[in-house]
Design a protein around this ligand. Structure first.
Ligand SMILES: [Zn+2]
Length: 136
């Protein structure tokens, strides 16, 4: 087990990294921002067509804001700061559009098909839809 301890801890470093609170913040931002690609890839493979799930936009927003905080407060570098300074704009816009779209839809209680909010009957199974209170 000594070899494992030596592999993980070397001197004052764990996994070759000298850890601090800011290092944890930076890695958390990196993990959130990078994981969005795997989330998107998984969704695409599952559906067998290219899709961008809402989690992609949330991970983009959270990851980029954490990395922006890291860049502003810990590693002030213009390249790093500008990389994340305005990225939140399209992420938030996509989330706003997504939630507006959800609000305009209703789900059939019988077959779970999605219909426009104004529809009275499910286009898939013909069940009468309740216009109010059946938001996705
Ligand atoms: Zn239906």
């Amino acid at each position: 087990m000594d070899w494992l301890k030596h592999l993980l801890w070397h001197g004052d470093k764990f996994l070759g990294v000298e850890w601090s609170v800011w290092k944890v913040v930076g890695w958390l931002g990196n993990a959130a921002f990078s994981s969005r690609f795997f989330v998107q890839w998984y969704a695409t493979e599952k559906k067998k067509q290219v899709v961008i799930p809402v989690a992609f936009w949330w991970l983009s927003l959270v990851g980029s804001l954490i990395l922006l905080a890291y860049a502003l407060l810990h590693q002030p570098d213009s390249v790093f700061i500008l990389a994340y300074a305005f990225a939140w704009i399209p992420y938030i816009r996509n989330l706003v559009i997504h939630y507006r779209h959800l609000k305009e839809q209703q789900k059939c209680s019988k077959c779970e098909a999605v219909s426009p909010r104004a529809a009275n009957y499910c286009a898939s199974c013909g069940t009468k839809l309740r216009a109010e209170g059946s938001v996705l």
